[in-house]
Ligand binder design. Structure first.
Ligand code: NDP
Length: 256
């Protein structure tokens, strides 16, 4: 099998929410596979530092801080890229937030914030990227970050679960609409991973024990363990794979 199948040389990727956590690991993996990478977060300083870290390792990077929930900010960010002649070939919709609260205590502002950050953002950034891919004559890859909760519900994270369930069908909608333009849209569903998002849970002995006992791999996932799926879905190796979600969860979904 040709290693060219997995090469991203000559491609440019935008990874939302890549100033840290899973997004940063994915950005690094795509860069190591040969892509130029545009990093993003809301915190400009953190986004710059993340881009500088990859640039220091010899990769081609650019920091572009913007809020993925803000339609005007997304439009402005893509205009900046257009003006610089940067065309996005690979989009990873990764930015997300989570917090835990029982539904009966949840107010609508919190509901909307979680839905907008985890689901509406993928529509907004996906639309901006796909419009340009289509205008250039087609071809491109969209990778949305789902979750185990794209498949199963957990208590106290209702808007997150609703958003991640939505990601699964938004991915299929993108695949259905954009396949004729040579664009493949797929998703990755991480299990319980070691990132800031889970810091309180990692430090909670009962939760830590629950994750380890319920995951066949008997441990949390490491951010870099998403790289294989991300490179596959970003590369020519997945050109006939469309609308799918790959779970990277140490086997948890198999036994939940
Ligand atoms: P982190 O909290 O570690 O990082 C979140 C990233 O998203 C940061 O770079 C943050 O940037 C960025 N971000 C948040 N809101 C926005 C916004 N409105 N606009 C732009 N960027 C934003 O999260 P993880 O790395 O753990 O999670 C990444 C993705 O993976 C999320 O979609 C999450 O739901 C999903 N996921 C995570 C799992 C896990 O176990 N960790 C499991 C399953 C799915 P900044 O700080 O600058 O705002």
């Amino acid at each position: 099998m040709s290693t060219q199948l997995f090469s991203l040389a000559g491609r440019t990727a935008l990874v939302t929410g890549s100033s840290r956590g899973l997004g940063f690991a994915i950005a690094r993996g795509l860069a190591e596979a040969g892509a130029a990478v545009v990093l993003n977060g809301t915190d400009a300083g953190r986004t710059e530092r993340a881009a500088a870290e990859l640039a220091g390792a010899g990769h081609s990077t650019r920091a572009l801080a913007f809020d993925v929930t803000d339609d005007a900010a997304v439009a402005a960010a893509f205009k900046t890229l257009d003006d610089e002649g940067v065309a996005i070939d690979i989009l990873v919709n990764n930015a997300g937030i989570q917090f835990r609260k029982p539904m009966v205590e949840l107010d609508v502002a919190d509901w909307r914030r979680v839905i907008e950050t985890n689901l509406t953002s993928a529509f907004l950034v996906g639309r901006a990227a796909a419009r340009r891919m289509i205008a250039r004559g087609g071809g491109g890859k969209v990778i949305n970050i789902g979750s185990l909760t794209s498949e199963v519900a957990r208590a106290t994270v209702a808007p997150y679960t609703a958003a991640k369930g939505g990601i699964k069908l938004l991915t299929r909608s993108m695949a259905a609409e954009w396949a004729e333009h040579g664009i493949q849209a797929n998703a990755i569903g991480p299990g319980y991973m070691l990132t800031d998002m889970n810091q309180a849970l990692i430090e909670n002995r009962d939760f830590d024990a629950w994750v380890k006992s319920r995951t066949p791999a008997r441990r949390w996932g490491r951010p870099e363990e998403l790289i294989g799926a991300a490179v596959f879905l970003a590369s020519p190796a997945s050109d006939y794979v469309n609308g799918q979600i790959i779970y990277v969860d140490g086997g948890m979904l198999a036994v939940l």
